[in-house]
Ligand binder design. Structure first.
Ligand code: TIU
Length: 225
């Protein structure tokens, strides 16, 4: 394995051993529903302004991967219009006045194809980039993500997106268990709760990178360039 390492990226808790030919960026759920007033995140009582602040850093990271000719994969948390992939246990928690699947100001909440479910226009996928629609918090559960990564020979994943301790951390844990080396881009992820972002990063990197690494957007872009 070490012979495949092509460079090191400055990271915590120690340098990330880059395999430049086997790394992809996965951008988790940068959707209007989590970042705009009237969406799912706001319906849960959250300050969505925290999420919009990271858009420039996520954009910079995506553009770094595109410039380097490396894969960019986007995910969207969403459900089928008939709600057949939405367990009552998920639908029945949250804001009773605006549940997943209900009609809201930006269309039906977290339903595929609705306006609010779309990825933020600034971060929209370009031709050739994969978009994974996921019914869970993790991006591997009930999606083709694992098969897609395997087919492309991906062994390492850089993560960005929201929210750090919910969909991002869940997906990192799923990826870590599947054998991927995971690096979280610190300024390109955010939580509605600053203390949860701090705690999630600590949990990920503790015990010798038990789930993975964290690094800055600049250091990651420099490393893959
Ligand atoms: N994408 C994602 O993290 N989904 C959530 O529901 N996150 C919350 O923090 N609520």
């Amino acid at each position: 394995m070490p012979e495949k390492h092509t460079a090191e990226i400055k990271a915590e808790p120690f340098a990330f051993p880059l395999k430049r030919d086997a790394i992809a960026l996965v951008v988790i759920d940068m959707q209007r529903d989590f970042a705009e007033p009237g969406g799912f995140g706001a319906s849960l009582g959250n300050d969505v302004g925290r999420i919009t602040k990271i858009i420039p850093d996520v954009k910079r990271l995506i553009e770094g991967f595109r410039m380097a000719g490396l894969p960019v994969i986007h995910t969207m948390e969403c459900h089928r219009p008939d709600l057949s992939d939405l367990p009552p246990a998920k639908r029945n928690r949250g804001n009773p006045a605006l549940k997943i699947g209900d009609a809201g100001p930006m269309g039906r909440v977290l339903i595929a194809g609705e306006a609010g479910t779309a990825i933020l226009s600034e971060l929209a996928p370009i031709d050739g980039e994969i978009v994974i629609e996921k019914p869970g918090k993790g991006a591997f559960y009930a999606t083709p993500l694992g098969d897609i990564l395997k087919a492309r020979g991906i062994e390492q994943i850089v993560f960005a997106g929201v929210t750090t301790e919910v969909c991002v951390q869940t997906t990192m844990r799923e990826a870590n268990d599947r054998g991927y080396e995971c690096l979280l881009a610190e300024e390109a992820t955010e939580s509605y709760f600053p203390e949860f972002k701090t705690a999630a990063i600590a949990m990920i990197t503790a015990q010798g990178a038990i789930v993975g690494w964290v690094g800055s957007v600049d250091d990651i872009i420099k490393g893959i360039a």
